[in-house]
Design a protein around this ligand. Structure first.
Ligand code: PLP
Length: 398
């Protein structure tokens, strides 16, 4: 048989699979296993949005649309960006795709030539590194541990840029750390990107989830020069509890958007019309449900962080956004719990799911082996039980 694609063969399988499989098996066996692995809201899609999808079917919106999405959807995206982020885009600068993940992938395909470098702050969201490689690029890691609030500095960024650097992927608020850059911090990073002429792929999918009444700053709002260098990525999955509808988008200068639209036209030829209609309603309709979910996430974060930091030998920073907590394992590494030697984040996550039936994600999946990620996109009762079990588990640390 002929060799299969080298690019596809080099894609790493998900490093979180083993723990998730064990968790699913426990659930299937009827055990009281608790899942803190998934990154999707536990809420249902709001009714008004669901009805817009149903209406689209009944109204026969079931045919091909423009590859980059309907005018209705693009206008609703522009409205939301204007109202929430204070940034003006024209519909011609918007390209919708089948989820923000798809938008990111297409953006990288349209920006990169073989051998181009893409700067990636660490810890990173697990898919970035593979997407960069799948697009012929080379990821260049810039470390940002909890000692620097999981944020890279302008000096670090400047030092990482070479003649081959094409872009940086900046995820703000961040999955997996929940950190949020302030306007000043973002401005300093954006200044470096403009001065060194690199693109900013700004993944702002969690922008609705910033806590403590702090404002969110979209990097594209920091001036015309910055906007001209930015490919903004966003979508409906997290803010509107619409992970299964698969709508994301890029907002970018018209020449970039044209390339993205061409690429889409020969690959997916537009996302589902029904999902496009529902997403348009999400963006232009009442934003009350976003506020309701935001309040629930904030209460869960407060509870989880307080409980975690009351336990000896582990700790976490209080994340300012998204719905994840990175638990630091420095005080646990090199020790044992109930006979399990803990030498890595995978050791910890594996022992924890086996012993206490609690599934988390080892930080190694995000290039950060000193941590385990907890998602608090689950109900308060589950979070309470999860923290009780963590407390019991850590008591047996030797
Ligand atoms: C940082 C980040 N970007 C993008 C996505 C993908 O979102 P979508 O469901 O719109 O593809 C996720 C989903 O987990 C994410 O965490």
């Amino acid at each position: 048989m002929k060799e299969l694609s080298r690019i596809a063969s080099a894609i790493a399988p998900s490093s979180t699979l083993a723990i998730n499989n064990l968790y699913k098996q426990m659930k299937a066996e009827g055990k009281d296993a608790l899942g803190f692995g998934v990154g999707e809201p536990d809420f249902n899609t709001p009714d008004t949005i669901k009805l817009a999808g149903i209406r689209a079917i009944i109204d026969n919106q079931t045919r091909y649309t423009a590859a980059s999405g309907t005018q209705e959807l693009k206008e609703s995206i522009c409205l939301r960006l204007r109202e929430d982020c204070g940034v003006e885009y024209a519909p011609a600068e918007i390209a919708a795709a089948s989820g923000a993940k798809h938008s990111l992938y297409i953006a990288l395909q349209c920006l990169l030539n073989p051998g181009d470098e893409v700067i990636l702050p660490v810890p990173y969201w697990v898919s970035y590194i593979e997407m960069i490689r799948m697009s012929g690029g080379i990821p260049v890691m810039v470390e940002a541990g909890h000692e620097q609030d999981f944020k890279i500095t302008p000096e670090q960024l400047d030092a990482a840029i070479t003649d081959k650097t094409k872009a940086i992927i900046l995820n703000n608020p961040s999955n997996p750390t929940g950190m949020v850059y302030t306007k000043e911090e973002l401005q300093a990073l954006a200044d470096v990107c403009v001065a060194r002429d690199i693109y900013i792929i700004a993944d702002e999918i969690y922008y609705c989830l910033v806590y403590d009444n702090k404002p969110f700053t979209s990097i594209a709002s920091l001036g015309d020069d910055v906007k001209a260098h930015t490919i903004l990525v966003n979508g409906v999955s997290k803010a509107y509890a619409m992970t299964g509808w698969r709508i994301g988008y890029t907002a970018a200068p018209a020449p970039v958007t044209k390339l993205i639209s061409n690429y889409l036209s020969h690959s997916t030829a537009a996302p589902s019309t029904i999902s496009q209609a529902a997403a348009a309603e999400a963006f232009r309709g009442s934003q009350e449900s976003v506020k309701r979910m935001h309040a629930a996430f904030e209460a869960r974060r407060n509870y989880m962080v307080e409980r975690m930091n009351a336990i000896d030998s582990i700790s976490c920073l209080k994340p300012q956004g998204a719905f994840y907590v990175m638990m630091n394992l420095d005080g646990v590494m090199g020790r044992t719990i109930r006979g399990h030697a803990i030498g890595s984040s995978a050791d910890f996550a594996s022992a924890f799911v086996q012993e206490e039936m609690v599934a988390t994600v080892p930080g190694s999946a995000f290039g950060a082996d000193r941590y385990v990620r907890w998602s608090y996109a689950t109900d308060m009762d589950t979070i309470r039980k999860g923290m009780d079990r963590l407390e019991t588990f850590i008591k047996d640390l030797k």
